[in-house]
Design a binder for this molecule. Structure first.
Ligand SMILES: [Zn+2]
Length: 271
């Protein structure tokens, strides 16, 4: 190789390096740039009353500390963090379906799929549980209370940009069905997040669903945490066809995808 060839070669390698660095930078910036068009804003509010509160977790009183730290996503270039909470677990089955499905099992399935989707978008995911175990000690005097307190502590310590708690609903009237997302009454950020996820769930998983995101001032997890948080009730186990659908991998996948898209849109500052 003569001098000229050597110079040419090193120039070429320099160009390649710059090109690959640009490509990497573009990819890194790309994950937040999820453009999926306009958010649907449904106006139909036909909603059976009351069932939202059917899944009234351990209740408790306390002062509101809805910090609403918004999308702390861009903080110092670190990866945004999302806590995914699979409701119930272990000793606590949650709702029991008309055909025997245990809520805790579906919650975990959907939470694990959601984790994969979020991680594929470079989001750091913290699960409150990744197996059929609650967050209580076996000898706790009140397992439910200890479990809920530990979930709250875990969420607050992680200080994520967003937290989502996955649940299944139940109601005493069989026809009642459809996914619904709940947010804390006084939380503006929670409302935004809930509406984005609700819109995605309706569009991507169940276009017939007329439910709207709904405020709630009594759910323990909503009251006691200080980050934007929503409770996603994926469907009603008291409705046999919805229970059946919730048990299929394809529907679980669509639900998880929709929740993940809602989270991305929130982190991306969409409304
Ligand atoms: Zn539940």
């Amino acid at each position: 190789m003569n001098d000229f060839e050597q110079k040419l070669l090193s120039m070429l390698m320099g160009v390649l390096l710059v090109v690959s660095m640009l490509a990497a930078a573009k990819e890194a910036a790309g994950y937040m740039a999820v453009s999926t068009g306009k958010v649907r804003t449904g106006t139909v509010g036909a909603e059976a009353s009351g069932e939202g509160a059917a899944d009234a977790e351990a209740s408790g009183t306390g002062t509101v500390a809805a910090g609403d730290n918004a999308a702390g996503a861009a903080r110092g270039g670190e990866l945004p963090c999302v806590v995914v909470d699979a409701g119930h677990g272990g000793w606590d089955p949650g709702k029991v379906g008309i055909g025997g499905t245990l809520e805790k099992d579906l919650n975990l399935e959907i939470a694990l799929i959601l984790k994969q989707y979020l991680e594929a978008d470079d989001i750091r995911v913290i699960l409150t549980r990744d197996s059929d175990e609650g967050l209580y000690d076996e000898n706790a005097s009140n397992k439910k209370v200890q479990d809920m307190k530990r979930r709250v502590a875990l969420i607050d310590e992680a200080h994520p940009a967003v937290a989502v708690s996955i649940h299944q609903n139940s109601y005493h009237e069989e026809p009642v069905h459809g996914a619904q997302v709940f947010y804390y009454t006084n939380s503006e950020e929670g409302r935004k997040l809930a509406e984005l996820i609700q819109g995605e769930m309706t569009e991507k998983a169940d276009p017939e669903n007329k439910r709207q995101a709904k405020s709630n001032d009594s759910y323990y997890l909503l009251k006691r945490t200080t980050v934007p948080i929503v409770i996603v009730e994926c469907g009603f186990l008291s409705n046999s066809s919805e229970e059946e659908r919730l048990n299929t991998k394809s529907y679980q996948d669509r639900l998880a995808w929709a929740v993940h898209m809602g989270i991305l849109r929130y982190l991306n500052g969409q409304e």
